[in-house]
Design a protein around this ligand. Structure first.
Ligand code: PLP
Length: 388
């Protein structure tokens, strides 16, 4: 086999192994509650589905421009105005194949072979693999509960070396659900600017924040790459649509790359997404946000009562990153036991980096409240049996 050597460093999602086991158990008739899934459980909102049907009825499903449909780029620009009160020119907005496509385009125009990119660990696993794919080197920036699982300017300053070219952040973050405060984001951006580096901020979980509003990094600066998506808040994971806001001087290069990698994002998905910003859609999405908050308010105290430690509370996304050290030495093994013995699937820390992964697990509140309650009861029953 002539597999490229880089592939040895591109890991699969370890949780897939667990999900395969879950599927086998389900096929045998066992009930599994899925708290490992990183996508909203709701169906695509009706106004979006209606827009898609209306477009399909016309039958003209051709390529769009590589940077996306002009009306959709304008709609995203309007969204920045409506939600954050800021002006972002549609010319700087690139519609992409999910946040994944946005990450690939941004890093594709920025990363040279051997360049080092700093990324919080734990963090979204694909980030380091994108950098590796482009022959760069992802360098972990260890963060923990004491720092709200986010880096600060002093840490960044001391981690930056002569080989560092950029910093990748996410707020709210996966797997921790924590946000970066606006003043901290500003200070981090100042360090990156001082070092003449590039800053990428993944805002895919914006809109899914509870008791707090997220501020976009674009509010205070233009020299930043912001990643966003229709996947999470807009509940359109399977449509594969996102966007990238980039400094104007990079847009031509990004356009070339998009043309070459995938020609254009999905035409059907773009026409559907035109309805994503309608008031009636936003009303549906906001009621879903309330539902996520209610689920979180069951899951967090429930996990704590079981013995999980949650020092940095989830204030966004739909994840709780819990320390399982008091319950088990190895979260990967523990996740396997919870699956087979309790019928509860959760993601072990191993998927999110090398910073104490064996002590952590990610629980997603992407199932209905009664299922969360049932999952907590099942774990409690398993622990009681195990400890008896
Ligand atoms: C932090 C983060 N960024 C990007 C993505 C990719 O999202 P998509 O390509 O569906 O927009 C995910 C998906 O889980 C994520 O958690």
């Amino acid at each position: 086999m002539n597999i490229a050597s880089r592939m040895a460093q591109i890991e699969p999602f370890h949780v897939m192994e667990l999900m395969a086991r879950a599927q086998t158990l389900e096929a045998e008739g066992k009930s599994i509650i899925h708290l490992e899934v990183g996508e909203p459980d709701f169906a695509t909102a009706d106004p979006i589905l209606e827009a898609a049907r209306a477009f399909l009825a016309g039958g003209h499903v051709h390529y769009t421009a590589a940077l996306g449909l002009a009306p959709l780029r304008e709609a995203v620009s309007g969204f920045y105005h409506a939600r954050y009160g800021i002006e972002v020119s549609p010319e700087r907005i690139v519609i992409t194949a999910g946040a994944s496509g946005a990450l690939l385009l941004a890093l594709g125009v920025l990363v040279n072979p051997g360049d080092e990119w700093l990324q919080p660990d734990p963090g979204y696993p694909c980030n380091r693999h994108f950098v590796r794919l482009l022959e760069g080197k992802a360098v972990p920036l260890p963060v923990d509960a004491a720092s709200n699982f986010q880096p600060d300017a002093a840490q960044l300053e001391s981690a930056w070396t002569s080989r560092t070219r950029g910093l990748m952040l996410a707020s709210p973050a996966n797997p921790t659900g924590t946000l970066i405060a606006p003043d901290v984001m500003d200070a981090l951006a100042d360090v990156v600017a001082k070092k003449s580096g590039s800053l990428l901020v993944d805002e895919i979980y914006h809109g899914l924040t509870y008791d707090i509003d997220a501020t976009t990094a674009l509010a205070t600066r233009d020299d930043v790459f912001v990643i966003n998506s229709f996947s999470k808040y807009f509940g359109m994971t399977g449509w594969r649509l996102g966007w990238l806001v980039a400094p104007q001087r990079y847009i031509k290069e990004i356009e070339k790359l998009a043309q070459n990698i995938y020609i254009a994002p999905s035409t059907l998905a773009q026409h559907a997404a035109l309805a994503a910003f309608k008031p009636e859609t936003i009303a549906i999405l906001e009621s879903r946000r309330q539902e996520f908050a209610a689920r979180r308010d069951i899951l967090v105290p429930g996990l704590r009562a079981l013995g999980f430690q949650i020092a940095a509370e989830s204030r966004g996304a739909f994840y709780v990153y819990a320390n399982s050290q008091k319950l088990a030495d190895d979260s990967f093994r523990f996740a396997g036991q919870l699956l087979t013995e309790a019928g509860v699937a959760a993601t072990p820390g191993l998927d999110f980096g090398s910073n104490a992964p064996e002590q952590h697990m990610r629980f997603a509140y992407t199932v209905a409240q009664p299922q969360i309650e049932e999952a907590l009861d099942r774990i409690a029953a398993y622990l009681a049996l195990r400890n008896s």
